[in-house]
Design a protein around this ligand. Structure first.
Ligand code: ARG
Length: 273
């Protein structure tokens, strides 16, 4: 079989250790505060993701975790960053509200131009770079009207996509950009209109099945060749291999108790100077 030679490019990421990890409230269907969590297992799973990125040659910055914010480990939600501009999240739920201050301070200290989004906007949980576009989810967290602000702030075209299944409440739980032209996604997580947009823009996309999506297999991070993803998405793994990607299945069982996986833990600082 003919396989495409995939090209990895060095990336710059930001992560936040799950020092204060817990499930003390429920803001998505995966979270059950009645079930016990194990912070040390979460830390171990997080560390493996972190170390795998380093092994692949990427730069990983770490933002200090703030006490009382058990979801801060999901750094993807903290902001959207391109070049010297950071648009910091405005969270949908008050439980995560105080995380924004941590990100505003961190990016300001780094010397970036910083602004907090005016409307609900959960950062790279809902805003994913795909080639020239920013694919933008709405339906559960990010307010569709915030897409306009994001487009204007970064001067990049934003493609709005509407999510319909509350188990896949952020775009990064239903879709992953593998390189500038290739994405993988779970069609049933989107409205028929959004499925049409995705078919039009990405006719060669890798399509996830129900089991892949339930295994959180789309919550993945790619450098153009290596794809870090929650383990257990068998169909996706086979399709990625056939398409020339190299996948790394990560155990995220503990992080999943909060409704998070690999990508949720990783914010990419795109084209950072
Ligand atoms: N418990 C967190 C929440 O519901 C999980 C966030 C997962 N992050 C993501 N990028 N999908 O907000």
């Amino acid at each position: 079989m003919e396989t495409t030679a995939r090209q990895a490019t060095a990336r710059h990421y930001l992560m936040c250790p799950p020092t204060h990890f817990d499930v003390t409230y429920s803001i998505n269907p995966w979270m059950d505060p009645g079930k016990p969590t194990d912070q040390s297992i979460a830390m171990d799973q997080w560390q493996r993701i972190h170390d795998q990125l380093i092994d692949l040659g990427h730069t990983v910055d770490v933002i200090p975790p703030l006490e009382g914010l058990p979801d801060m480990v999901f750094a993807a939600n903290g902001a959207t960053v391109y070049g010297d501009r950071a648009l910091v999240a405005r969270f949908r739920f008050p439980e995560r509200d105080a995380e924004s201050a941590g990100y505003l301070d961190w990016f300001a200290a780094k010397g970036l131009k910083v602004r907090q989004a005016a409307l609900e906007n959960e950062g790279e949980g809902d805003y994913l770079a795909a080639g020239p576009w920013i694919l933008a989810g709405n339906g559960f967290r990010t307010d569709r009207r915030s897409h306009v602000e994001t487009e204007e702030y970064f001067g990049r075209p934003v493609i709005g996509l509407t999510l319909v299944n509350d188990k896949f409440y952020h775009l990064d739980t239903a879709l992953s950009a593998l390189d500038d032209r290739t994405i993988m996604y779970y069609p049933a997580a989107f409205t028929p209109g959004s499925q049409g947009i995705l078919r039009e823009l990405f006719p060669d996309a890798i399509i996830a099945d129900h089991d892949d999506a339930e295994a959180f297999g789309l919550n993945a991070v790619s450098d153009g060749k290596h794809v870090l993803m929650p383990e257990g998405a068998a169909n996706l793994v086979a399709q990625l291999r056939a398409a020339g990607f190299e996948s790394f299945g990560m155990d995220v069982s503990e992080l999943l108790r909060a409704g998070g996986g690999v990508k949720c833990c990783i914010l990419e600082l795109h084209n950072q100077v």
